[in-house]
Design a protein around this ligand. Structure first.
Ligand code: ATP
Length: 299
């Protein structure tokens, strides 16, 4: 049973397709990243799932009974004359949730807004963009919805705020199903277990992070030596498993190979035989960014 299931979802704005047949299945309790270039269709997809836009065709289901969704828009806009605590109280009433001062306090503290707890008179109109985004996160989490749709929840936050919000998202794993869109693949690598890449309204790649990292990426090793050793590189390039080498600063190389296990054995032997002045010998894991750039490039 999937928490979120999307089938052949399409959306046209006039004659222009924004989603061109999206299929997704997301397990309960997953933290799912939605990435893709500008205009890929991320906001359109999240808005349809949130019930704010109607699809042109296709179907989707959310949770066991389709209820209990928390949606955080990419640019949260609230009545500027309300205070933060008033907004939380208002949002709670709209959702028929009872909320008292102590919950307002801890909900604000949870998103790093403890300075605007109950009684604070600062109007939302005077909040910074980052504060509004944190407030939006607090409002979205009210009632602990089982499915959370977060559209670029960290885009207005400074690095410390980004880590705080990513940690909140991470802490929801297993308790809620979270889909969040972002342009930062490092955010996805930090908190998500699965990811989908959208491009021009289509899913061009989706799956567990580990599987995606390995997809299409040649296995390899990172070697760091005390000094540049072209003799070693020449020797490495003669092995049948050698695929290529990228040199970094002097003495730093990434060697890609066609047969990981044989290459590991041979490289270790070579390092010992040549008494290579080794600083580091590690598997070179491709980043999501490398994989996605590679997948996008030839299209
Ligand atoms: P970004 O990363 O820039 O936020 P996105 O992946 O969220 O982009 P969408 O905002 O969903 O992409 O837009 C997908 C496509 O649909 C784009 O070509 C966009 O111009 C178009 N689009 C979005 N909203 C509308 C609208 N209300 N009317 C017409 N076209 C729209």
């Amino acid at each position: 049973m999937f928490a979120v299931s999307v089938r052949s979802l399409a959306k046209n704005y006039g004659s222009k397709p924004a989603l061109a047949g999206v299929d997704l299945e997301i397990a309960p309790g997953a933290i799912f990243g939605l990435v893709g270039p500008n205009g890929a269709g991320k906001t359109t997809l999240l808005s349809i799932l949130a019930g704010l836009k109607a699809p042109t065709s296709g179907t989707f289901s959310l949770g066991p009974d389709g209820t209990g969704i928390g949606f955080m828009p990419d640019t949260p806009t609230y009545y500027p004359w309300l205070t933060g605590p008033e907004l939380l109280d208002y949002a709670a009433r709209l959702r028929s949730i009872k909320i008292d001062d102590s919950e307002i306090s801890w909900r604000m503290a949870q998103v790093g807004l403890s300075q605007v707890g109950p009684g604070d008179q600062t109007k939302i109109g005077d909040y910074s963009r980052g504060m509004r985004q944190r407030l939006a996160m607090a409002a979205t989490l009210l009632g602990d919805p089982p499915v959370l749709l977060l559209d670029e929840p960290c885009s207005a936050l400074d690095p410390a705020g980004r880590v705080e919000v990513l940690d909140i998202i991470s802490s929801l794993a297993g308790r809620a199903t979270v889909i969040f869109s972002t342009h930062l693949l490092s955010d996805v690598e930090r908190v998500c277990d699965s990811v989908a890449m959208l491009d021009r309204g289509r899913v061009i790649m989706a799956g567990p992070i580990e599987a995606i990292r390995q997809y299409g990426a040649a296995p390899g090793f990172r070697l760091a030596l005390d000094f540049d050793d072209q003799g070693l590189i020449a020797e490495i390039s003669r092995y049948p498993w050698f695929a290529g080498v990228v040199a970094g600063k002097p003495g730093y190389y990434t060697v890609t190979v066609t047969d990981f296990e044989t290459a590991r054995r041979d490289l270790l032997q070579l390092i010992v035989t040549r008494s290579v002045p080794l600083i580091e010998f590690a598997r070179a894991d491709p980043s999501l960014e490398e994989v996605f750039l590679k997948v996008l490039a030839p299209r």
